[in-house]
Design a protein around this ligand. Structure first.
Ligand code: GLP
Length: 266
């Protein structure tokens, strides 16, 4: 894993935006994997700003989002489709028909299974994901792959853990229906992406980040599966990195990488 520690959350967003821009500027039909949650909002703001400054265009981009709540309409204020429209898609030149968020409005298991299969097929048809953006849950989940998710799982129905339901309660009004099920890309699906970039900021994520990077490979921390990915980059602010035992080593690695890049190895 490449672990990059930057001073502030804003620096993490800029780094991630650079990586996204690199992919969309270097490929004819770039395929992005996108995430929801509070963490990537600053990244999306930055991408919108770069689009407005004419530095990037999403005209040829195809996107796949990690997950969606089951049983609420796309138009629901808390659906991940709404989140993506509000934070990114409505403000850039991506064709909405090229944006894929799992279709999960139905509560019928057969319809949902078919939707999950179709989602996997669409990723294949698009040629696979070039860069998957990820956040991390407090319990180490990626997408909605909760602890004990199989490392080879594909897009499927997943029951949310109590900790996730509590963490996401803040987005729902008092008394409003809050889904306990989601349709999520599997860990196997995520690992098939050509590159993954996980961003984490703030003290609350420090424990999950430590277990993901320095803990054993374990289904108890779904994000630890990224240890198996050939090109996984983890970008952290100081707070999220605060519990890492090998923090100084990761900084040293980045220094050496930079020196190598500049032809200045010492
Ligand atoms: C949700 C999403 C995840 C996201 C996580 C963390 O549960 N399904 O993809 O990574 O929340 O969100 P936040 O960035 O708000 O901490």
């Amino acid at each position: 894993m490449q672990v990059i520690i930057l001073p502030l959350a804003h620096d993490v967003a800029l780094y991630a935006a650079d990586r996204v821009a690199e992919v969309i500027n270097s490929k004819t039909n770039p395929v992005l994997g996108l995430a929801t949650g509070s963490t990537p909002i600053a990244l999306y703001d930055e991408l919108v700003a770069r689009y407005q400054a004419k530095q990037v265009s999403f005209r040829q981009t195809i996107s796949f989002n990690l997950d969606e709540y089951i049983g609420i309409a796309d138009s629901h204020a808390q659906s991940y489709r709404t989140f993506m429209n509000q934070h990114l898609f409505d403000h850039i030149d991506i064709a909405k028909s090229n944006t894929h968020v799992p279709l999960a409005e139905s509560k019928d298991a057969i319809v949902l299974k078919k939707s999950a299969q179709d989602f996997e097929a669409s990723i294949q048809q698009a040629g696979g994901i070039d860069l998957q953006i990820l956040g991390i849950g407090l319990n180490g989940h990626i997408g909605f792959n909760e602890p004990t998710s199989s490392f080879t799982s594909r897009t499927r129905i997943k029951t949310l853990s109590e900790s996730t339901v509590i963490a996401n309660k803040r987005f729902f009004k008092d008394g409003e229906y809050q889904p306990h099920l989601a349709l999520t890309m599997g860990i196997g699906t995520i690992l098939n992406s050509r590159a993954v970039l996980l961003i984490a900021t703030g003290k609350a994520k420090a424990e999950a980040v430590k277990v993901m990077i320095e803990g054993p490979l374990s289904a108890m921390c779904p994000a630890s599966a990224l240890q198996l990915h050939e090109t996984a980059t983890i970008v952290l602010d100081e707070e999220a990195a605060s519990m890492l035992a090998l923090k100084e080593y990761y900084r040293w690695c980045e220094q050496k990488r930079q020196q190598l890049h500049e032809g200045n190895v010492r």
